[in-house]
Design a protein around this ligand. Structure first.
Ligand code: CS2
Length: 503
């Protein structure tokens, strides 16, 4: 039996005979980009685009230095350190084709908890032109219901008092930008790649609130010098499983401690405003536009919200994956009804986009049987996701007196899910949410107060005071709690509507 090859720079000369590898000189890459939050998504998306740009066009200015801000980033730090920043991207096509490729664009990784000063220096270095972010919806530190900066966060309090000991992205960005200003260096661009509508504007607003509280003069400089392009990012990237690691080892004898899997589809639409230069990403398919907002909104309200619709209902029904949900006709039809009747009417004009074709393509992507995207991943951090993916849509439809019942069902189902924590077969649901305890505490009071869950103001704002909403919501809650399942209710809603039915 052939021996296994550990993935690292030295073994690339052998691994290149097995799967595609970076043929470029990684040592010559400048670290033009510092990326905060190196999760699977970044590795399947921006790092992949960058890899293509280097491989196809020999552009050596934009190598990536990854930064991990959380203790939990220790693992990715260790893996990338052992593998010289290399990892395998395994692209899984719906027809069963699997295309693994070694990606070489991440050339360094630093863990902020270990080395605050060195992370600040890297950010402040002349070489750094762009600081990109995938810090998740929760990482922006805004209050979900109001969108205002959350000064109550103890880490924020700490770094406001100790600017030399930053903890969050805001502390690091301001510390580095101050150094750059003092050294007469140009500012970097802050490029948000998270699933938040107006993600660049949001990053700007949050950083401004923080900097203003820390150093008003610096805040002014940042306002003038730093660009925050909005961007829409897209590629479904499920959580890596042991089976993915084993696949590489058994099929190719390659030992990669943490490969990433993803679908073939990839998209990035970015506003073309950068403070200090940018990669020519258009050469590898990135779209640069003047205003990305309508595209972001379309993606968040159809793809991401669609995921949550399937995920929450699927979790209660006991489906493990998104493709299992979409194979079920009731789920498929329900998803489309939600998209057509509640999400689509809230979208802005989308020049050049055929929305029906877009929705069809989402359905096909969700159905990819090889992706096996877990419902647990989709439902994770719903408290940070749903305000952006779904509740804004719901509020707009309440204001315009449009349909709300499909969205209301998702919220009622989310309450039941948070209360019971088991599916309809009594199997435990894996719930991953920073607000898990709060959600549970509110949801368990539903029996005494049917509105208890939606009184969580930080998530729902004043939804519990909207009579039209509460009427629909409480009827849905009653049925779900009585039946302990959602599928019959979904069928009923699809057949005869819910809010205005006669019985
Ligand atoms: C998902 C996203 O986290 C979620 O709930 O909807 O991670 C989704 O897979 C990506 O945004 C796809 O681009």
């Amino acid at each position: 039996m052939e021996s296994t090859l550990a993935l690292n720079q030295q073994n690339l000369t052998k691994i290149t005979h097995l799967i595609p590898c970076p043929g470029y000189n990684r040592e010559a890459l400048k670290k033009g980009v510092v990326h905060i939050g190196v999760g699977g998504f970044h590795r399947a998306h921006q790092a992949y685009y960058t890899h293509q740009l280097i491989r196809e066009f020999n552009d050596s200015d934009w190598g990536i230095c990854g930064i991990g801000l959380r203790k939990a980033d220790q693992k990715i730090h260790d893996v990338l350190q052992n593998q010289d920043g290399l990892y395998t991207l395994i692209i899984k096509h719906p027809d069963g084709t699997i295309a693994p490729e070694v990606i070489g664009s991440i050339v360094d990784f630093q863990l902020a908890v270990d080395s605050t000063a060195s992370v600040i220096s890297r950010l402040a270095s002349e070489e750094t032109k762009i600081v990109s972010l995938t810090i998740t919806e929760g990482g922006y530190n805004f209050k979900p219901a109001t969108g205002e900066f959350d000064f109550a966060n103890p880490d924020i309090q700490h770094e406001l008092e100790h600017p030399d000991d930053p903890k969050t992205v805001y502390g690091f960005l301001t510390a580095a930008l101050k150094k750059r200003r003092d050294a007469g260096l140009p500012a970097f661009t802050v490029l948000s790649c998270d699933n938040i509508q107006h993600n660049g504007d949001m990053a700007q607003k949050m950083l401004h609130s923080f900097a203003q509280a820390q150093d008003a003069e610096l805040a002014q400089w940042i306002e003038k010098e730093v660009c925050f392009p909005n961007s829409m990012v897209d590629r479904i990237t499920p959580v890596t499983t042991q089976a993915d690691i084993d696949y590489l080892e058994s099929t190719y004898q390659i030992k990669d401690e943490w490969p990433v899997t993803c679908e073939p589809f990839i998209q990035w639409v970015v506003e073309d405003k950068f403070s200090n230069g940018r990669p020519e990403f258009e050469k590898v398919g990135v779209q640069f536009v003047r205003d990305v907002k309508p595209y972001e909104k379309m993606k968040l309200r159809l793809l991401n919200a669609g995921h949550s619709v399937l995920g929450i209902l699927g979790a209660i029904h006991g489906y493990p994956t998104i493709n299992a949900c979409i194979e079920d006709k009731t789920f498929r039809t329900f998803l489309r009804a939600f998209m057509d009747q509640e999400a689509t009417p809230t979208l802005d004009e989308l020049p050049g986009i055929d929305l029906d074709a877009y929705k069809d393509s989402l359905q096909e992507r969700f159905a990819n049987p090889n992706i096996k995207d877990s419902v647990a991943r989709i439902c994770s951090e719903s408290s940070a996701k749903l305000p952006k993916f779904l509740i804004e849509t719901l509020n707009e439809n309440l204001s315009s007196n449009a349909s709300i019942e499909f969205s209301a069902l998702i919220i009622a189902a989310w309450c039941y899910y948070s209360d019971k924590g088991v599916d309809r077969n009594g199997e435990a649901i894996e719930i991953i949410d920073a607000m898990e305890e709060e959600l549970h505490q509110a949801a368990v009071q539903t029996k005494e107060d049917p509105l208890a869950f939606i009184k969580l103001e930080s998530i729902f704002g004043d939804l519990s005071e909207n009579l039209r909403f509460t009427r629909v919501y409480t009827s849905l809650i009653e049925i779900i709690y009585r039946d302990g399942e959602v599928i019959k209710l979904m069928q009923k809603m699809l057949n005869s509507g819910f809010e205005n039915r006669e019985d």
